[in-house]
Write a protein that binds this ligand. Structure first.
Ligand code: ZN
Length: 408
């Protein structure tokens, strides 16, 4: 781990068990943690203007190296002043490495198996060759041949001007056997060294770099990866790869990884963001989460809600909501619930009106922002255990926060 306050400062303000709350200072501003990070895959959070995302309380978004390198291209974005200026977002940005997307092309249907779990769209296209240098593939946009390796990924992320760049890695799928997972992990570590060497020579002076812990579901590999990445000159650590076949195994993988990470450095759990996963991850000491869930659900007419029996969501297009005058979720402070009925969002969603998607994105992102905000407050008050249980039992996050008055 390196310590360079010009790139990143992380101050932990309070702890409650393994959970912690703090402040991440990056080149473009501060981020209160634990934080949920909305995806700005192609330079926008689906259907929202950047000012709206900031208005919901978000301080950090995640841009996608794979999609932005294919179009509009890193040179174009750099010529237009970098990704912050291009998308009109003045706060911090993290970019992924593109590794997940190019390896999803290769792992094909197996990647689909974990796609929902990691929550990112692999796009389409064809992998031509995977080697020590990187991955050669065909663009899904125009069929052109492309190459992405550690140096290329860092160069794209440098051109985009992200506050945090992620090292290039292979996201090993769940079905991969132990031997493949171990060899892939070793290569990911060699790629980490190349990413850091490139960044040392020509990376943006104020850009932080996170290394990625792989190792599948194998305890010894996760531990080796956690120690290896923590020992490198990174500014933070992301936990990637398959996290198992179900939520219980996911908690197990985080639990076998987190204790071997540098306790002073920020930890990002890649591609995870359902309400129960957020409180469980925070309980295990995770600081940052990104996930397509809130925006992807909105596209399919789904609203997040305090409903543990139905995976914290419901389908607003169901006939029963056609004349329902209540807001999506009673008490929700979002712009959709403040002004509109379920009946209206139901109608818009069935009619496939863009406003229907927008209202659901606003609601779903508000829901998760309130959930992590409540977690931060609960950790401050050393009541995170109660808060976690309240969320898991179906208490809305804004009430869960109220359940934790100061002092025991
Ligand atoms: Zn709402």
């Amino acid at each position: 781990m390196r310590s360079d306050p010009d790139r990143l400062q992380f101050q932990i303000a309070a702890r409650d068990g393994a959970a912690r709350t703090g402040r991440l200072q990056l080149a473009h501003g501060a981020v209160e943690t634990p934080a949920f990070i909305p995806l700005a895959t192609r330079g926008s959070v689906r259907s929202l203007a950047a000012s709206e995302v900031a208005g919901l309380g978000y301080e950090l978004v995640l841009g996608n190296t794979f999609h932005l390198m294919l179009s509009p291209g890193p040179q174009r974005v750099a010529a237009l002043g970098g990704l912050h200026r291009f998308m009109g977002w003045e706060r911090p940005i993290i970019t992924d490495s593109g590794g997940f997307q190019v390896f999803s092309l290769a792992h094909g249907r197996v990647a689909d198996e974990i796609k929902g779990r990691r929550g990112r769209q692999p796009g389409r296209g064809t992998v031509l060759e995977i080697g020590e240098q990187g991955v050669r593939f065909r663009s899904y946009l125009d069929g052109s041949e492309q190459f992405l390796g550690p140096e290329e990924s860092m160069a794209v992320q440098a051109a985009l001007g992200a506050d945090i760049a992620l090292a290039f890695d292979e996201c090993t799928p769940y079905h991969a056997d132990r031997d493949y997972t171990a060899r892939s992990m070793e290569r990911t570590h060699r790629w980490l060294d190349r990413c850091l060497a490139w960044h040392d020579r020509q990376g943006p002076r104020r850009q932080a770099v996170f290394g990625i812990v792989q190792g599948g579901v194998h305890e010894d590999l996760r531990r080796a990866a956690a120690e290896r990445v923590s020992a490198a000159a990174v500014d933070g650590v992301a936990i990637g790869g398959t996290l198992g076949r179900d939520k219980e195994e996911m908690r197990g993988v985080i639990g076998m990884t987190a204790p071997h990470l540098d306790g002073a450095a920020p930890r990002h759990l890649l591609g995870i963001g359902e309400p129960d996963d957020l409180v469980e991850g925070i309980a295990l000491g995770v600081d940052l989460f990104d996930c397509a869930v809130p925006t992807r659900l909105a596209r399919h007419g789904m609203a997040l809600a305090p409903l543990p029996a139905t995976r914290f969501r419901f389908d607003i297009r169901r006939a029963e909501f056609a004349a329902d005058e209540r807001p999506l979720v009673e008490g929700c402070p979002c712009p959709a619930c403040a002004a509109h009925s379920r009946a209206y969002v139901h109608f818009l969603s069935r009619a496939e009106e863009l406003t229907g998607v927008r209202l659901l994105v606003l609601h779903n992102l508000t829901y998760l922002e309130r959930l992590v905000r409540g977690a931060r407050e609960a950790i401050q008050r050393e009541r995170f255990g109660d808060y976690r249980q309240a969320v898991l039992n179906g208490t809305p996050p804004w009430q869960g926060a109220a359940l934790t008055p100061s002092g025991p």
